[in-house]
Design a protein around this ligand. Structure first.
Ligand code: HEM
Ligand code: HEM
Length: 212
């Protein structure tokens, strides 16, 4: 067994899932205090993932996500297992990162036109707030479609004999071709906690107070 996913990548994935589900429900139900607080925690999580993508384990590196079209096509055709995200899966990861950043960024500039507005709305023009609101509404549907494709792809890999979920849960892979350079995920959790506290003490203070 070879360690291929560090503790942060494994935790990041499931915290991301829980965070997005919470944001979807609270957004649709208009539970804005919880929506904002969860939004700031997800912002801290995503920022940590990007930082970890620069300094973290080899399989967490952002540079490992970029591949030539040829490598992507051959990864789709092949059923060989891969250490880390394969070139095709890497494209999905990049799409997720962009969609999540767009959702977070547009949220920070949007308003429900009644009680609350994102912390950046006051600094931008009214037109931009309107556009951010439209993007926040439309992008969520694209994100949902991407999640559906992601889950179908995971099931298809399972049918081809690769249990990617087990590898993501345990962090370990059987018959890995190489042993990637790993780093302790604890460092990343430390960064995540610091960013979360900073965001909750500033932008998050008001919604958090109303919740407590
Ligand atoms: C809200 C729903 C989900 C989102 C937004 C999401 C997003 C992501 C992202 C961004 C990654 C890349 C991880 C990284 O490098 O940081 C990933 C990987 C992965 N996800 Fe999800 N995911 C979701 C749900 C699920 C579910 C329900 C499953 C299980 C059925 C799953 C299984 C996996 C697996 C196995 C990988 C690793 C793929 C590989 O080996 O290359 N995901 N997901
Ligand atoms: C990836 C993170 C996020 C997701 C998935 C998300 C999702 C949603 C959803 C599904 C809605 C309901 C939209 C609708 O009624 O059609 C919504 C509304 C809203 N979100 Fe977010 N959101 C996120 C982040 C944020 C952040 C960080 C903020 C601000 C700090 C924010 C502020 C708002 C506001 C003000 C509304 C109300 C818009 C309206 O009533 O027109 N969101 N969000």
């Amino acid at each position: 067994m070879t360690k291929v996913w560090d503790g942060f990548i494994r935790g990041f994935h499931w915290l991301l899932v829980v965070g997005l589900v919470t944001l979807y429900i609270t957004g649709e139900e208009g539970m804005m205090e919880l929506h904002f607080v969860t939004g700031y925690l997800l912002l801290a999580l995503m920022a940590t993932r990007l930082i970890w993508g620069l300094f973290g384990s080899q399989t967490a590196k952002l540079s490992a996500l970029f591949h030539s079209p040829k490598a992507i096509v051959s990864a789709i055709k092949s059923s060989k297992s891969h250490v880390g995200h394969n070139p095709a899966g890497s494209q999905m990861v990049l799409v997720f990162f962009v969609l999540i950043i767009v959702q977070l960024g547009s949220g920070l500039m949007t308003t429900d036109d009644i009680l609350v507005e994102g912390p950046l709305a006051q600094y931008v023009s009214y037109d931009l707030v309107e556009i951010a609101g439209d993007i926040h509404h439309i992008n969520i549907d694209i994100l949902l479609a991407a999640i559906a494709i992601h889950i179908v792809a995971i099931v298809m890999y399972r049918l081809k004999g690769q249990n990617l979920v087990k590898t993501l849960l345990t962090g370990k892979q059987e018959n890995a071709a190489v042993a990637p350079k790993m780093k302790s995920g604890i460092v990343a959790y430390f960064i995540f906690i610091i960013l979360s506290v900073l965001l909750l003490l500033t932008w998050g203070a008001e919604p958090l107070n109303s919740l407590l």
